[in-house]
Design a protein around this ligand. Structure first.
Ligand code: ITT
Length: 234
């Protein structure tokens, strides 16, 4: 079972391994979970493959199912997130990463130039697993408004154009600690951590576990085969 590490006196740390290629997400996860004695470590060598789906929980679960069979008894998680703009019927949503890389914040501001409704929300889904099982998936939302122009240099992605509710600053104008108070990711991670701590105490961790099936192992083989054939045709 997951490793509990005794550190000085009664202080116990639990290691959670985060499969991500995004260093900002990693830093945010560390800041969100360290107060709960959870030590977030980047999972090396795990490529996060994303299926196309409109539901972030499904994307997170599918990504984790391709990783959790290879990581032994480590506690591993993936996090999938996106910006959902009301006026754009939820766009870019699950495509946020691609949209950020292509049209960026300026592209979103252009699309929103004459929009009266500037409401938007960030959503996050975290899927946690170990030993070939998905133990649980937890989600959270942070509502807010899009600005008319980018503000602030901190953070990443759409941070400079999003003002969370109850504040008058963009995420881009906040330090990490302040973003953690409002962030969709911090809230989803907190739900995950509190569930884990409670379930491990009550020995109910596996109550709703999804055992990664041979179907997902087959999917993994398909992905590998597709990659290999792409390489050989280059
Ligand atoms: P991994 O999949 O490797 O974890 P990623 O950046 O590709 O990293 P996602 O697939 O979850 O992560 O993409 C989410 C995108 O949505 C991200 O690249 C940003 O453009 C945007 N996004 C999500 N959360 C954000 C946040 O807190 N601040 C700013 N932009 C965010």
């Amino acid at each position: 079972m997951p490793r509990l590490r005794k550190e000085e006196g009664t202080h116990e740390l639990i290691d959670f391994y985060f499969a991500t290629g995004n260093e900002h997400k990693l830093e945010e996860a560390k800041a969100a979970l360290s107060p709960h004695k959870i030590n977030v470590i980047k999972l090396d060598g795990a490529e996060k493959l994303e299926i196309q789906h409109t539901n972030l929980e499904e994307i997170a679960r599918a990504a984790l199912s391709l990783i959790v069979t290879k990581t032994g008894d480590k506690l591993v998680f993936v996090e999938d997130s996106g910006l959902f703009v009301h006026e754009l019927n939820g766009f870019p949503g699950p495509y946020s990463s691609f949209v950020f890389e292509t049209i960026g914040t300026e592209g979103i501001l252009k699309l929103m130039k004459d929009a009266k409704n500037r409401k938007a929300e960030f959503r996050s889904s975290v899927s946690l697993g170990t030993k070939g099982m998905i133990l649980g998936t937890f989600s959270s939302v942070t509502e807010g408004m899009l600005t008319a122009e980018a503000k602030g240099e901190n953070g990443f992605g759409f941070d400079p154009i999003f003002v969370p509710m109850w504040t008058n600053k963009t995420f881009g104008q906040m330090q990490l600690k302040e973003k953690t108070v409002y962030s969709h990711r911090a809230k989803a991670l907190l739900k995950t951590a509190l569930w884990y701590l409670d379930a491990s105490k009550n020995k109910t961790l596996q109550e709703n576990a999804i055992h990664v099936t041979s179907q997902s192992q087959a999917k993994e083989r398909n992905v590998a085969a597709r990659k290999a054939s792409k390489k050989s045709s280059c």
